[in-house]
Write a protein that binds this ligand. Structure first.
Ligand SMILES: [Fe+2]
Length: 198
């Protein structure tokens, strides 16, 4: 299998989220890339005798989606923190569509932050673009792979695994982490993710 490449990110000094947390978090991202590649390799080896390795192959295939989505989800997350914070402009196509979809941008923003801060368990709060129906959706992804919406592009991904915030905020500081994530967010990147789907 062709190898996946580990992307490099330049994350500036952030409000609230320490450089140490980002450094450790990037190591976890690198682990997902490594494991996605490793599973690909192992699947190739075991596939030389499919009958004898059927159960192993089945489990590797199951595990692959966890590693693959862990890799891709983190690429959305880290790239959105590059370049320093910016806001969506009033001419933003994304902002317009959010307002059309949820009534107002502010209403959506408040709801999305609550989704992130109050949903139980580890996972991701996500803003998606549904290419088939040409509309926006939000959802919660458990872990890395359970709840990804098929054929939808991840426009914005907010990592709510504890490793993203617990060293800086403690488990009770989830809401502050969410607020700080948005204070650090480069919305121009999110707008670009959206425009790329059009
Ligand atoms: Fe993470």
């Amino acid at each position: 299998m062709k190898q996946f490449e580990e992307k490099k990110f330049t994350v500036p000094i952030l409000k609230g989220i320490s450089a140490k947390t980002i450094e450790e978090h990037l190591k976890l991202y690198a682990g997902y890339v490594k494991n996605a590649n490793l599973i690909g390799e192992k699947m190739g080896v075991y596939a030389q005798d499919i009958e004898a390795n059927l159960y192993v192959l089945g489990e590797l295939n199951r595990r692959f989606s966890f590693e693959y989505n862990g890799m891709r989800n983190h690429e959305v997350y880290f790239s959105s923190l590059e370049g320093g914070p910016t806001n969506l402009t009033d001419t933003s196509q994304l902002k317009k569509m959010i307002a059309e979809t949820w009534g107002s941008y502010e209403g959506w923003f408040d709801g999305f932050k609550k989704l992130a801060a109050t949903t139980r368990g580890i996972g991701w709060a996500v803003l998606w673009y549904d290419r088939k129906n040409r509309r926006l959706l939000t959802s919660w992804v458990d872990e890395q792979h359970l709840g990804q919406l098929q054929d939808c592009a991840m426009i914005l991904g907010l990592d709510m695994w504890e490793h993203s915030y617990v060293a800086d905020y403690q488990p009770s500081g989830k809401k502050q982490y969410v607020d700080d994530f948005f204070a650090n967010l480069n919305w121009a990147v999110i707008e670009k993710n959206f425009v790329a789907t059009q």
